[in-house]
Design a protein around this ligand. Structure first.
Ligand code: ADP
Length: 481
């Protein structure tokens, strides 16, 4: 049980649009360090090929009439051997991996990710003509779900694990696409890939994998019920015994306030006063008032409904009056971007909005802010609250998914027993969010207690080492099934 093929549609730092890339960029490397023989399989997007040294050729083959090549490189910053599927569907497509410049899914996404899945299944079942075959095939999200279904067309297949990073994207395609892909007719059943008269790639993983994992224990429970299961709750609750929640880790080298090269001033739990220098620098660079009489609230993420924008916007002016300053970094739905910009324009000294994807600024906000706002409607795991804990920037979150599993509310009891690490509210309600913020602001004025909570937060261990052990145990458990 030593050889692992880990398949994903993105991996940091080669290509990233969200948390999946952080996982695929970290977990395979930690598993390799723990002794597994790992191959990471990714599409060779144009952007990826342009950003690496010329890769080595592993194999050239034709899969179901489609000629393709497997190239080999190392995931930058790691020793993880990374195989890239080279085909014009990926290598001659600039920009975002999933959608066109107008935000519409590429019209041939079914063909693109079916090809990735076919290659993964071919390698996994020994049909790719390589001298390496995995004991475990680990696929992630809808882009690779079909791979697991396809392994079931072969007698000799490895054990399989499928991880749900988000159920929100199911890889749904119509019947004509299903036929064009020449998938076996028995896949068009409701106990296979069919989902309300469409073909769902994610069901390939959910139905056929030996084990399903998702990225937090609470989210594992939520997706077995409505509305979290988004229509798949029946299937998932049937497979509940094979569904495990394993929290994501964070890259604790990239996200370390005591060594982060992107920061104005580095700091640790014993030098919290230095953290404030980051706040001063950020206020200056964004044109905010240089005040230290109120907390700075940070928000970094996709500006979409999932992240709780509908809770924030109605009370945003009241939030500023708490009083706090607010910095928002993100891109997303134009209606949210415009409203945030408009409110910031009316309060230029109190609120700044940067509509961009900017890793450096994300680090600087984590370091500068006092409070990190993450009032998600749903959140499979969430990474930003974990970065915030590490940076002593107390997360204010809704009790949902991975947020519920990782942040401990600063109740009187939790403050007393040293377990408090942030602020948690329950219902998706703007009034509850505002009340939690007021509690946070009140505690901030009690700096002695605030710093104790910061130290509690910074002492949490959400490194990949912890999570990788859980995955190793699961891979071993697949053998016993
Ligand atoms: P999701 O995967 O739902 O987008 P996560 O919190 O799990 O949310 O992960 C988001 C990741 O993307 C984090 O690493 C976060 O820092 C990063 N990120 C999101 N938006 C931006 C942005 N505008 N600039 C820089 N980093 C961003």
């Amino acid at each position: 049980m030593n050889r692992l093929l880990f398949v994903a549609s993105e991996a940091y730092p080669l290509i990233k649009t969200g948390g999946l890339a952080d996982v695929a960029g970290s977990l395979p490397e930690v598993l390799r360090q723990q002794g597994m023989d790992v191959r990471l399989l990714l599409p060779a997007y144009q952007h990826v090929l342009e950003s690496i040294e010329p890769p080595a050729l592993v194999a050239e083959m034709t899969l179901d009439g489609v000629p393709l090549r497997i190239l080999s490189t190392r995931l930058p910053g790691t020793q993880t051997q990374t195989w890239l599927l080279e085909h014009p569907l990926f290598s001659q497509r600039p920009g975002n991996p999933y959608h066109d410049p107008h935000g519409k899914p590429w019209s041939d996404n079914a063909d693109r990710f079916a090809l990735l899945s076919r290659l993964a299944a071919a390698i996994a079942t020994g049909q790719a003509g390589l001298d390496w075959r995995p004991d475990v095939l680990h696929c992630n999200d809808w882009h690779t779900g079909l791979a697991i279904a396809l392994t079931h067309l072969h007698e000799s297949r490895p054990r399989t694990v499928f991880t749900v990073h988000s159920l929100a994207h199911m890889g749904l395609f119509d019947r004509a696409t299903f036929e064009r892909l020449h998938l076996p007719e028995h896949f068009w059943r409701d106990n296979a890939l069919e989902f309300y008269n469409q073909c769902s790639f994610i069901k390939g993983g959910l139905v056929y994998a030996d084990f399903i994992t998702t990225v937090s224990p609470t989210y594992a429970g939520e997706i077995c019920e409505s509305p979290g299961g988004m229509g798949l709750e029946g299937l998932l609750s049937q497979r509940r015994e094979r569904l495990v929640g394993i929290l994501n880790g964070i890259d604790s080298q990239v996200w370390d306030p005591s060594s982060d090269p992107r920061l104005e001033q580095r700091y640790g739990p014993d030098s919290l006063a230095d953290k404030a220098l980051n706040k001063v620098a950020l206020q200056a660079s964004l044109g905010l008032a240089a005040v230290d009489d109120r907390p700075l609230v940070g928000l970094v993420g996709r500006l979409v409904e999932q992240k709780g924008l509908e809770l924030i916007l109605p009370v945003l002016e009241q939030m500023l009056a708490c009083p706090v300053q607010l910095v928002v970094l993100g891109t997303g739905e134009p209606r949210y971007e415009q409203r945030l910009k408009a409110i910031a324009a009316a309060h230029p000294k109190a609120m700044a909005v940067v509509l961009a994807y900017d890793e450096t600024l994300a680090h600087r906000i984590e370091a500068a802010a006092d409070i990190f706002l993450m009032p998600s409607l749903f959140e499979p795991c969430g990474l930003n609250q974990l970065y915030s804990l590490r940076y002593g920037t107390l997360p204010l979150v809704r009790a949902v998914g991975g947020l519920a599993d990782t942040v401990v509310d600063s109740t009187a009891a939790a403050l007393a027993d040293g377990s408090a690490t942030g602020f948690v509210f329950q219902r998706p309600d703007a009034g509850e969010l505002l009340a939690a913020l007021r509690r946070a602001v009140a505690l901030w004025y009690d700096q002695q207690r605030w710093q104790q909570v910061q130290r509690n937060a910074m002492a949490q261990d959400f490194s990949w080492q912890q999570s990788a052990i859980r995955y190793l145990q699961l891979y071993n458990a697949t053998v016993q099934t």
